[in-house]
Design a protein around this ligand. Structure first.
Ligand SMILES: [Zn+2]
Length: 91
C-alpha cells in the first residue's frame, strides 16, 4: 500500500480521462495488470508532482498510466492497465 502524502486520488485526473475517453471516467472500473486489483479509476493513486501525472494502482503501487505535457499536447503512456470497463457501451 502506498503511504505518503504526495498523492491525490484518481479524481485529480478526471479531466484528463474525460479528454482521452470522451466521457466521465472516474466511476469506470480498471484492472491492474500487475496484481489484478479492480478499482474505479477515481480510486487510483495519482502523483501530479512527478514529470507529468502518474496514476498508480491503489493495491500494489504499479504504474497504470502516465501523462506528460509536451509543447504540442499531452503524451499518454498506458503502462500496467489490463483493462477498463466502459459501462453502457456496446462492443
Ligand atoms: Zn495492482
Amino acid at each position: 500500500m502506498i503511504d505518503d502524502d504526495r498523492h491525490l486520488d484518481g479524481n485529480a485526473i478526471g479531466g484528463l480521462l474525460q479528454v482521452l475517453f470522451g466521457r466521465e471516467m472516474t466511476h469506470e472500473l480498471g484492472c491492474c495488470g500487475n496484481c489484478g486489483a479492480v478499482n474505479p479509476l477515481g480510486a487510483t493513486v495519482v502523483y501530479v508532482d512527478a514529470p507529468g501525472s502518474v496514476i498508480r494502482c491503489p493495491a500494489c503501487g504499479s504504474v497504470l498510466l502516465v501523462a506528460v505535457a509536451l509543447p504540442t499536447g499531452v503524451r499518454v503512456s498506458i503502462e500496467s492497465l489490463r483493462w477498463i470497463d466502459l459501462a453502457e457501451i456496446g462492443a
